[in-house]
Design a protein around this ligand. Structure first.
Ligand code: IVH
Length: 674
């Protein structure tokens, strides 16, 4: 399927699910998924639409404000449209927004008005000559619902604006104050606690409860729920009455309506990010929920001039905090064999940022869990991660399941991914365990491999010495050998002072191995010496390999499905991650692959077919001595494909796709000889 066709299909599904979510959320006050998950889907939709602008349609959820007026309330048209805000999720998107604005209206000393983004529901209060007249929900932004009777029960909404000398203009004519209706976390908790005591079903969260309450047709019920109002804007027929947002905040407060006291005027994106980081850390301390910041151009004249695109003003954005949930697509389910021989299925997905960190995989724990959650390869899933908690697959969104989604069956997968092992399901346990493999046996084998000639090549770490060290419990993982002291080793039967001291010194000599030897030494299944070299040349730094994604790995010629799966499984194992952290702490870390100097510096070559003038090894040597990189297989980053005799079309096509230059032997000789 072409990328555009794929995007079309995905966009259609996303739109329909987002529309369902919105209808449930805004009209029925029901939540079919968390707001964070819905935001994540909306973000994906907007990105796809940016990539393929021709697929944008006016009815896309990205183009309109959610919510339609409820049939039970009188519909009222807003005098000024109630807009929504575009979201930004990181510093780059914020910088891009600032750039767009500066291009339209350049200013050297820009003032940004920054406010907390309240997680409530928008409402407009209309005051006529200082007297409360009506309250209107946002509705679709053009027409809202008249919820005057309900809002009258909210104590923090004054029936009369306070008399003030300084802002007395606001007490004549029409003054509209906009803000959020919300509930404090403590009030919500108390309400739920009393419901629990009565055996009543619990409310999901303060926001949903506020929204549900304000749409009740019975004001006495509304009065029994502790709702509050906090304002974020004030509108007058004469805009000159309110020249800045900073002043708007002061006016509203003076008139007697609650506002946020945490607002700030900031002069740069950097300062905004600092402020955002602080509030992201401290948001728990606030009495109400916030989900980000709102950033506006403080000068309302400029703000007005910047105008509106679609549903949102150009002059403001919502900076959303890292959501604790996000959606992504499961690319594969790999099985990792842990230190004790237990097989753990791990979902590998398109990298996704959750709560500020990039998540690439999550343990699915065991076969029963996969069955219970019905996770299939190809599914869109909701990932949850809060604070230091290990990321989890919360649930599948079956609405977005493609027809090619693949059910995961543990036993056949074990046979496919580990044909050489036999697994048993222990009675009364959900786990599968590799038969005949004990923790000690696994460790002994991996240590022998790690120390072997083609890996770290440690003198004095042959089979027998390794077994002795493991048996004596002196090492629990590969990294532990770097903690060994002469004295500890000497106390073992096989060693004397000299041999112990030789071993310690041999080990300390290999603290900075080459990248390829280190990768090979880790003993990742299916990663032989050659693949290790390819990976080292491709990624150059170990961390790059560690953060590679499935599709990334598959780009490397010679890295097929099984190898990619195996690498991902290795890195997704907690024990392996702990071991890597230990290596780092002990100062044991592979070199970066650098090709300094030489006229081919930074250039990557792949040779295919037979060369007439020299063997492949000699050619590789020449490339390396000139500072270039010899790759054994085509990657996205390959610069030249040298074609010898008998070359298949596939390679050339792939090179063309990646804009790798295809040259013949004669051209190659010219490059290396001149
Ligand atoms: S200013 C053009 N300030 O978030 C709209 N909105 O996602 C200007 N919100 O529609 C809105 N806290 O309902 C503003 N401090 C705040 C806010 C805030 C919450 C809501 C508001 C808005 C929505 C946008």
């Amino acid at each position: 399927m072409s990328p555009k066709k794929q995007a079309t299909a995905r966009i259609k599904k996303l739109r329909s699910l987002i529309a369902d979510y919105r209808y449930n959320y805004h009209v029925l006050d029901k939540s079919i998924m968390s707001e964070a998950a819905a935001d994540s889907l909306k973000h994906e939709l907007t990105q796809l639409e940016q990539e393929f602008p021709e697929l944008i349609s006016p009815d896309s959820p990205s183009q309109r404000v959610a919510g339609e007026p409820l049939p039970g309330f009188k519909k009222i048209e807003h005098t000024t449209r109630m807009l929504s805000l575009n979201d930004v999720f990181n510093i780059e998107e914020l910088v891009a927004w600032e750039k767009r604005i500066n291009k339209l209206i350049p200013v050297s000393n820009r003032e940004f008005y920054v406010d907390l983004k309240l997680d409530g529901l928008a409402c407009a209060l209309v005051y006529q000559d200082g007297k409360f007249e009506r309250a209107i929900t946002r509705g679709d932004g053009v027409v809202g619902e008249d919820v005057t009777q309900n809002v009258l029960t909210i104590e923090s909404v004054p029936t009369h604006l306070r008399d003030t000398q300084r802002f007395k203009t606001f007490l004549t004519g029409r003054t509209e104050i906009r803000g959020e209706i919300l509930m404090y976390k403590a009030d919500f908790g108390a309400l739920n606690a009393s419901r629990k005591a009565k055996g009543l079903p619990l409310f999901a969260n303060p926001r949903n409860l506020s929204a549900g309450t304000i749409r009740q047709l019975d004001p006495s019920l509304v009065a029994s729920r502790p709702l509050r109002f906090r304002a974020w804007d004030i509108l007058r027929d004469n805009p000159a009455d309110v020249p800045t947002f900073e002043l708007a905040n002061e006016i509203i407060k003076t008139l007697g309506v609650a506002v946020n006291s945490q607002t700030k005027i900031l002069g740069s994106v950097d300062k905004i990010i600092n402020f955002a980081d602080k509030w992201e850390q401290e948001r728990q301390k606030l009495p109400f929920n916030i989900d980000g910041l709102v950033i506006k151009i403080n000068d309302r004249n400029v703000y007005q001039k910047l105008g509106v695109v679609g549903k949102a003003p150009r002059g403001a954005v919502a900076y959303k905090f890292a959501a604790e949930e996000a959606t992504t697509i499961v690319k594969d389910i790999v099985i990792s064999i842990g230190r004790t021989g237990v097989a753990t299925p791990v979902a590998v997905f398109d990298p996704v940022v959750v709560a500020g960190s990039t998540v690439r995989h999550a343990s699915l724990h065991n076969a029963d869990e996969i069955k219970r959650k019905d996770v299939r390869v190809g599914d869109t899933v909701v990932i949850y991660k809060a604070g230091d908690i290990i990321p989890q697959v919360l649930r599948v969104l079956p609405e977005l399941r493609p027809s090619h989604a693949k059910t995961f069956l543990m036993e056949p997968e074990l046979r496919r991914q580990y044909p050489e092992l036999e697994f048993v399901r222990i009675e009364n346990e959900v786990a599968y365990r590799a038969k005949g493999l004990t923790g000690k046996l696994i460790l002994t084998r991996s240590l022998e491999h790690f120390a072997s000639k083609s890996a770290l090549d440690i003198d004095g770490m042959g089979e027998k010495n390794v077994a002795t060290l493991v048996d004596a419990n002196l090492v629990k993982d590969l990294a532990d050998i770097f903690t060994l002291h002469k004295k500890q080793i000497m106390s073992l039967e096989r060693f004397a002072e000299l041999s112990a001291s030789n071993l310690v010194s041999a080990i300390s000599k290999v603290k900075t191995p080459t990248l390829s030897r280190f990768i090979f030494g880790l003993g990742i299944r299916h990663v032989g010496a050659q693949t290790a070299i390819d990976l080292a040349n491709h990624y150059r730094r170990f961390d790059n390999l560690g953060s590679s994604s499935y599709s990334d790995l598959k780009q490397i010629d010679g890295v097929g499905e099984i190898v990619a799966e195996s690498i991902l499984a290795w890195f997704s194992d907690d024990d392996n991650q702990k071991m890597l952290a230990k290596f780092r702490k002990l100062g044991v870390w592979p070199e970066e692959v650098k090709h300094v100097g030489g006229k081919l510096s930074g250039k990557k070559f792949v040779i295919t077919g037979t060369l007439e003038s020299m063997g492949r090894d000699v050619a590789a040597e020449k490339i390396r001595t000139l500072g270039g990189t010899f790759q054994s297989s085509l990657g996205r980053d390959t610069d030249f494909l040298v074609t010898g005799q008998n070359v298949g079309k596939g390679k050339i096509n792939k090179a063309n796709e990646n804009s790798t230059k295809v040259i013949d032997e004669k051209q190659f000789l010219q490059i290396i000889n001149t």
